[in-house]
Design a protein around this ligand. Structure first.
Ligand code: PBG
Length: 309
């Protein structure tokens, strides 16, 4: 009877699995702060992709961890860079039933760890960064990404990338925009996984103040106007109110990113026996769906898909 009157559905096809591929390793390297996740080799990436895809998860978002970093992050648009090689490998494993998304940012690729290129004053130069994002988008589309997902929170990034893709004949490559991305402590474990903690300063110059839901709605509106196909709120749990407001206000495809720190909290508590990991995970994901997110990027995707089928 509970199932008959359930108001919120949670299905594997609502979930997107983030994966990491690292250059120059022979074996996958476990990520300590994200139990169950690893920096993959190309080979282990293929295997993990196949396994998760077979569980009915909707799609994947890939992050590359390059061997060589420089001030501009040039490996990000190298056609033979690790992310592009990873995308090609995943594309080969996946048919048309799964969406392949490339995270589009520079922080994994720059030696200073910021999401853009730095100006002479040491601050991120927004407009020069957009030029580099355009190059990355083309490399990722060429490598087989169905969508690119700009996560650097530069102003005008969606319009810049849309323009670059269209000019190069990639009109059908979509954009999943990290539209309302807050400067959050919950990205901690990700920065281990992607080896991208900023060497100095922080990301408050481009990521949002957790106190600002109205600004979040303006950011989302701007990305819709610039041509985003899906907009995203990130992190998810501390911002369920933003998800709810965005869902009601825009009626536009909306994703939420259940980020690394949110995952780590559940895993750590479950490992200590302080809560029931399975129940907590499904409750978290149901809560994010209930708030109004149609899609959830989550490190729980693989295990949740198992529990849901
Ligand atoms: C930036 C990026 C970050 C995440 C996704 N893309 C880190 C950051 O902004 O510091 C975090 C995702 C997570 O914590 O799971 N390229």
């Amino acid at each position: 009877m509970r199932a008959l009157v359930r108001e919120t559905e949670l299905r594997p096809s609502d979930l997107i699995a983030p994966l990491f591929v690292k250059e120059g390793i022979d074996e996958p390297v476990a990520i300590e702060s994200m139990p169950g996740h690893a920096q993959h080799t190309l080979e282990s990436l293929r295997k993990e992709t196949r396994e998760i895809a077979s569980k009915g998860v909707a799609g994947f978002v890939l992050f590359g961890v390059p061997e060589r970093k420089d001030a501009e992050g040039s490996e990000a648009w190298n056609p033979e860079g690790i992310a592009q090689r990873g995308l090609r490998a995943m594309r080969e494993e996946l048919g048309d039933e799964h969406v392949l998304i490339a995270d589009l940012c520079l922080d994994e690729y720059t030696d200073h760890g910021h999401c853009g290129v730095l100006g002479e004053d040491g601050a991120v130069d927004n407009d020069r960064t957009l030029e580099l994002y355009r190059r990355i988008a083309l490399a990722q589309a060429d490598a087989g990404a169905d969508m690119v997902a700009p996560s650097g929170m530069m102003d005008g990034q969606v319009a810049a990338i849309r323009g670059a893709l269209d000019e190069a004949g990639f009109e059908r490559t979509g954009i999943l925009a990290y539209a309302a991305k807050f400067a959050s402590s919950f990205y901690g474990p990700f920065r281990d996984a992607a080896e991208c903690a900023p060497r100095f300063g922080d990301r408050t110059g481009y990521q949002m103040d957790p106190a600002n839901p109205k600004e979040a709605l303006r950011e989302i509106r701007a990305d819709i106007d610039e041509g985003a196909d899906i907009v995203m709120v990130k992190p998810a749990l501390p911002y369920l109110d933003v998800i709810r407001r965005a869902a009601e206000r825009f009626g536009f495809p909306l994703a939420a990113y259940n980020v690394s720190g949110e995952y780590a909290m559940v895993k750590a508590a479950a490992a200590n026996g302080w809560l029931d990991g399975r129940r907590a995970t499904l409750e978290v994901l149901t809560g994010i769906r209930r708030a109004g997110a149609g899609l959830i990027l989550t490190y729980h995707a693989k295990e949740a898909a198992d529990w849901l089928t």
